[in-house]
Design a protein around this ligand. Structure first.
Ligand SMILES: [Zn+2]
Ligand SMILES: [Zn+2]
Length: 153
């Protein structure tokens, strides 16, 4: 989604975040991708247009934006945190081979609920479903690998 600076200012104001040029650039880069980048990947992207930006600024800003509810953190197993600029309710397909994360928008999943008996007094604020497996590319690579080694013999 292409965001103009007016959109960014409005969102920041709504979440009580002070706007700086660098913060806006970091948020924009994250909001415009669906790749769920790591903080370092985001730094590499933003640096292309803002060569003076520091890695620390990107990490710190991600923390500020996360606390404000403008971005969310996605943790996949023991890997480094990935970030998502889409904070609307959605779910994820996670590839165990290449670690890609793909968004799933599904109204039925949004409606999932825990029965009162299982909730054990929790006041539930939300949920996110993760599907783990192998993407099409990784499945193909797995199928190709044994064939290639057979051809070599
Ligand atoms: Zn994959
Ligand atoms: Zn997502």
């Amino acid at each position: 989604m292409r965001l103009n600076s007016q959109d960014i200012h409005t969102r920041f104001r709504r979440h009580a975040v002070r706007v700086t040029r660098q913060r806006a650039a970091i948020y924009q880069a994250l909001a415009e991708t669906t790749s769920h980048p790591t903080a370092n990947e985001l730094y590499q992207t933003v640096k292309r247009q803002h060569p003076m930006i520091s890695r620390n600024t990107v990490y710190y800003t991600l923390g500020v934006l996360r606390q404000a509810g403008l971005v969310q953190e996605v943790n996949v197993g023991h890997e480094v945190a990935r970030f998502d600029g889409n904070v609307t309710v959605h779910h994820h397909l996670i590839c165990l081979g290449c670690s890609q994360i793909v968004d799933v928008m599904d109204e039925a999943l949004n409606q999932l609920a825990v029965s009162d008996g299982q909730a054990r007094g929790f006041r539930i604020l939300g949920h996110r479903v993760e599907f783990h497996g192998y993407c099409a590319g990784c499945q193909r690579a797995k199928l190709d690998a044994p064939q290639r080694s057979r051809q070599e013999h």
